[in-house]
Design a protein around this ligand. Sequence first.
Ligand code: SAJ
Length: 445
Amino acid sequence: MEKELIRKIRRKTARITVFGLGHVGLITATMFANVGFQVLGADIKRRIVEAVSSGKSHIKEPKLSRFIRKAVKERRLEATTDIMRAMKKADVGIICVQTPLTSDNEPNLDYIKKACEALAQELSRGKLVVIESTVPPRTTKNFVANILEKGSRLKCGEDFWLAHCPERIATGRAIQDFVENIRIVGGYNSKSAQIATELFKTVTKGEILTTDCISAEVAKLAENTFRDVNIAYANELALVCEQIGVDVIEAIRLANTHPRVNVHKPGCGVGGPCLTKDPYLLLHPVGKQAFRSRLIEPSRGLNDGMAEHTVKLIIKALRKAGKDVENSKIVILGTAYKGEIDDARNSPAECIIRKLMELKAKLVVYDPYCSESFGARKAKNVTEAVQGADCMVIVTAHKKFEELELERIQPLMKENPIIIDGRRLVDPIKAKKQRFTYLGIGFRD
Ligand code: SAJ
């Protein structure tokens, strides 16, 4: 039975349904269609389905629009809101729905559950199910398999196959990552892994590493947790350096020349959909007690606290200049959660802006790519934003903010102008030369 599916996959005659057309699902559906498969994308949001059906992308990613337009025109990519029947004609179902957190930072598997229940309706012998969503450990084996078996009355690993192939794409370079990155394929059993490997071989140039599904789940979560903990270390180091009175960037630069050291960059906070969530997923395996972490959870807290620390730096610098936050004009440069993208999900800018609003600052926001302003007034460019401002806060590491023309900006601002550098993009010496008060994360004058 599996030989028939492998044959169809190799010939690209296997039909694929992708459940969830968000960042991960839309890229997955498009890239499988792009190599020649017939793909159906299923999403409950009519707006998304209508956009995809008319060959448009609802997210911004380099080259994505072009690939969608082509796939839709050549009738290899279609979209539907009818998730209950989406699996009917498919040989392969790929689940890419979101796995958000509850208000207590516990995994909410409702979307996975609904997608699996819908898929199970039309699950028959000889099909493959892939979980691409990032999920807590044991989800594939102890949650998904049960729902699929119950809904289809078939035996997982024998009648149908199941694998976890976690996504590894970063916003802003998703297509390149999808095609080039090494892929981890975790099977429910070895046959499931073998078939899923055949599937991903058709779309990736990167190596495929085959393992069991729980190892794949933990590996995916371990990657982002490592980055989050590493950034937390860099942030704590920045706070220590502020107290000592030494520049953390110089200290990290020197430390990283050691062949086995790689300290990440400190900053005014960690945002985005992955690093803010995956550490919590790791600590909540399905059907087991939550792990009481002494490193991972405090690291999350430390990173979350950096936005508040940035506000403290703003207040401190304004006080030093004889000003109050209330009535001061403060410019926020950047609302995207990281540089060069238009995405503001979980951006530290939100916390900084809300806190400053509570303190009644006069706020102006400028981001060259991101339209989100979290309720603050928007400016069209840096010149308009800094007009009569007391303080300029760099929140996002956009390249454009590395090239701020300080000598041109200085005269546009009020007396004793301040730069708070949340991403350490501006050279403190140059800022001082232009008569700015400069405070940055991990830098005290
Ligand atoms: N950040 C720091 N210091 C750093 C690096 C990042 O403060 O040294 C902050 C960023 O400003 C941002 C947040 O952390 O607010 C997240 O940054 P990120 O570069 O990790 O960006 P993401 O969230 O888009 O991460 C994705 C992840 N991909 C997936 O989960 C599929 C991550 O695993 C990748 O390592 C990362 O992209 C990548 O490689 O670019």
